[in-house]
Ligand binder design. Sequence first.
Ligand code: 5GP
Length: 347
Amino acid sequence: MRIDSDPKLDFDDVLIRPKRSEAPSRSAIDLERKHKFLNSGATWKGVPLVASNMDTVGTMAMAKVLGPEMMVCLHKYYSDEDLIEFFQNDHRTSVFFTLGIKDDEFEKLRRVKQQADVRFVCVDAANGYTRFFVERIKRIREAFSDLTIMAGNVATPDMVQELLISGAADIVKIGIGPGSVCTTRTKTAVGYPQLSAIIECADAAHGLRGHVCADGGCRYPGDVVKAFAAGADFVMLGGMLAGHDECEGEWIEEDGKRVSMKFYGMSSQTALDKYAGGKKDYRAREGKEVVVPHRGPVKETIQEVTGGIRSACAYVGAARLKDMSKCTTFVICHRPQAGMFHREFGN
Ligand code: 5GP
């Protein structure tokens, strides 16, 4: 056993220092990023927010509203037919096909890709540290050299490098345990403070011209700002997008009107019952279920987020989101900021 005594930071441990600046007005701040991906060679341009591939949030309705400017990882439970139809029409330029590491999921990708123009895939595993996971990414790369592959999750630079070099991934997804409905940290004690994970992993990826997507733990627009300021190229959102009109799932209604919806982790009992025929005896549930209020159209929440980013850029003197990280000085403030529904321990 050893102890790493370097301090590691979460979103709540920092704020960003304001600076005197020549920043343009908020409306002139450019939130668009242009990325060229390391292994696929493809390019992408847009506002680098990504809807998580959770079954409530990674929906086709979400893709229709957020795309093509922003990205969506479709959840992996759509049928072949629905995916083929979807990817055959216009919404494909910012949408990820999601798969896990099972052979039948790989075969599904092959079938859909034969009939439709899938350009982005998100290969999602709770634990991206296994040799099998790296081998799977490599196999996808060998089969489809043109695909832009996002792979994860991991939280340390060694594994970011492994996935970019040996796996030939393009974007590595960062986050072990920070998710709003994730219980990995309380069930297994495994995790890594998300702000430090982003800082360390972005540094490793950028050294290789790879990219990182910060995944999990953003509860407020300010957390999204901190993730970009820490060096994230993309920021993935689950809980912040839950409860909107574009979500799929179980709504709770009163007088015929939606008031709230169930939002749950993809390893929660709810998800395991729905998709895996219940929990296997040897596994712990690493997710929980919460109820979130109905929040109307997602565009309004997205405007809050983009407004927060613009304002942050103005405070630190960044004319573009691209410059945010280099303009940032984090100040450490070991003071918990306000809690929110999904920070409470439940289940
Ligand atoms: P959020 O934005 O809600 O804080 O985090 C979303 C992320 O949490 C997802 O993109 C995914 O990486 C992670 N996640 C979703 N469901 C579960 C789960 O059941 N267990 C764990 N450990 N992580 C989850």
